[in-house]
Design a protein around this ligand. Sequence first.
Ligand SMILES: [Zn+2]
Length: 346
Amino acid sequence: MKPRQYEKYSRQILFRGIGEAGQEKLLGASAVIVGCGALGTVVANLLVRAGVGRLRIVDRDFVDSSNLQRQTLFEEADARNALPKAVAAERRLRAINSDVQVEGVVADVTPKNAAELLSGFPLILDGTDNFETRLLVNDAAISLGIPWIYAAAVGSYGVTMTIRPTESACLACLLESGETSSATAPVEATCDTAGVLNAAVSVIASIEAAEAIKLLAGRPEALNGRLISCDVWTGKFQSIRVARNPDCRACARREFVFLAGEAQPHITLCGRDSVQIHERHRRLDLSELGRRLTAAAAAEVRNNDFLLRFRVPPYEMTVFADGRAIIKGTKDPAVARSLYARYIGA
Ligand SMILES: [Zn+2]
């Protein structure tokens, strides 16, 4: 450790659970965060400030003004410029701590790219907003033997659980055993329908970050080992032991159906009256597409280095260089598909 790093991390080194040896480990550690919304921004901020050496952040979305209430790394200008969250987060985090190597990746984690995006890291962190992706991450983590931390929040409530392959229950043990109680039930409502308090997200993401720091600082014995839930409105906090399911589809039978793509629909509804569509798997030339759309009289064609956005009232389409598009103004995949085919091409 360099002398200036002793100073920078002094309050964390003073904490007995970390110490100098723990800080050295953190500086040499890495983690990948899947999803950089409310949970992901809070976790990323805490881990970068704690000096975790390398962080990859994967997110498929762009910053929207409705994100700013709880997604603590973003500013109004990011929403105005429609920056991808992974790009905006990387910029902000680099300014916060130049010791940390931060890599923002604009992508949707899919069965096809999950292993490539997640392998090589000793820890995966859940910053996603849906159970399809979480079960995919669970499959990938179990198959690769990488610990991961599940976290979810909606309304005033949130849950988190640290999952260690072969040592603890996994997300499929929790969700697919058919024995869920009200305390272990998945968060079914979404932030788009039930709203979310920034304080609920911050509590859960902070517990997630603390668990990550224990693992990365080499203190696994300090992990809480339970599913923790809390409601910041009612003040109810619970911690529950989750048993491994000896017949679990994922961690016992190793049937990775989400990773095999069998359970993953091609089109994902991603909330806020939008459909994500991924019809093609080759890259798009966004400036060429912009010229073509302007000539075709699409309204308000705007692009930055990462995406292109235009309006076809009552719809708004945002197209990424990897060929993905988010179509706002419909929840009907058929409508989204036909708009995609007409304006972007097959
Ligand atoms: Zn399991």
